[in-house]
Design a protein around this ligand. Sequence first.
Ligand code: SF4
Length: 501
Amino acid sequence: MNVQEFSLNSEDQVIVKVVKEVLALFKIVVGGENPSYRRMSVQNERQPEDAVCIVTQLTLEDITGGQHRWSCTGTGRVGEHESAAVHRLVKLNLYRLLREHCGMPPAAWGILHGVRPTKIVHRYIDAGVDEAAIMRRLAEDYEVGGEKAELITQLAFRQRPFLARTDDHTVSIYVGIPYCPSRCLYCSFPAYVLPAAEELDRFMTVFRQDLAAAAAAVRQYGFQVQSIYVGGGTPTSLPDAYFSEMLQLVYHTFYGAATLEFTVEAGRPDSISPAKVQTMADCQVSRVSVNPQSMQERTLRRIGRNHTPQDIVTMYRMLREAGIPEINMDLIIGLPGETVADVDDTMRQIVSLKPDDITLHALALKRGSRLKLHLDEIELPDDAEARRMFENAMGHVRELGLIPYYLYRQGYQSGQLENIGCCRPGAESMYNIQIMEEHQTIIGIGGSATTKVVNPRTQRLKGAFNAKEVSIYMDRIDTYIEKRASLLAEAYGEQEETHLC
Ligand code: SF4
């Protein structure tokens, strides 16, 4: 739907943002050609009640000047945080008005827009709400469809035993290597094509400094390292000797008696070599991610990959022969020019390899990607087709006996879908669960790495971010080390005692 003008009776940034999210959900464009309405106006008023009560009025003026006005009232739940209730009700009321009076189709996720929808379910579980009541609340408070409500509720309950396997001094380590053999069409990650040896040497010098400071913090606070995740970029794009030095350093510094999982993203076959596979086996790497995204040769070329589907199979076999215990494979649904038949063929090939874990991603149009920049020239499957592809892929995943265990969403995903990780029972990646649910401190080292500290006293989460730009990371390493150190000190350092006379 196009409207010529839009007005909202608030300049509050969060209100503007949530209203925009609803407009984007229904693909309502302001401006543009052939408008269906001359004007759309949204007015929210808070009623002077004890409980949060919001009345939303939607006014549409059609092209001939005729006006249509509807309103909707929403009331917050007992115990709901006041500002959260206001934002939720503004969104919910507008969603309902557009659905009821403008013929907009229901959205599978309703008004649940966040990256981590399962976090809401965990909050309900913490408050003692049972499974059936959680699904009812997701439907009533967020208009989440039955299928998605059931999916995230069951998934959250499945995650509970994993989340319980951490305490105040259990942490994970994330290592970011920001290089790749080439840049994929849809990529918005800070991934740089591998530089010359001189710059790589400089990166390694800075990386060693960063890692040594993180290791000192691990010792200082007596942390136990539960999982180590080496991602990026594609860490295996480092030349053999650099990769070996980096991985040995990480292994000998952080791998200990409490370590349950050591993951390396090997992403692309054009980055792997027998020497790197051997290094991973020597360092007790327990999990490797091989990310074909598609097994269609023309798609791989289209997205900027310099390898064939056969290279993926060869790499997979090399890892299995080296005895890597678990292999994860990432796929993207909704890639340019793909059809349900392409996805079906890709999934048949993937399933025949029997990976331990498959993560299905719905293509996201990310700022900074070439895909977003050249959207006009690229043909993408529509939302309905993307949903059919996803359903097909999930059918293959289920047939292989893999079960969903973590999920997240991104903005502007094909078919308003999600990213979902499924594995054989027992192959759940602890790191994937921890990073999504944000229950554990994760210490980030390297280019664009994020440190997330969960304060054991307050359970509040704070982050410190290394620069996405690798040259800035290298130039300002002292600043990033300092920021991470002060965040850790705030959460884990000794508190000054207050003496009251
Ligand atoms: S392999 Fe991953 S990080 Fe590297 S360019 Fe492609 S999408 Fe980006």
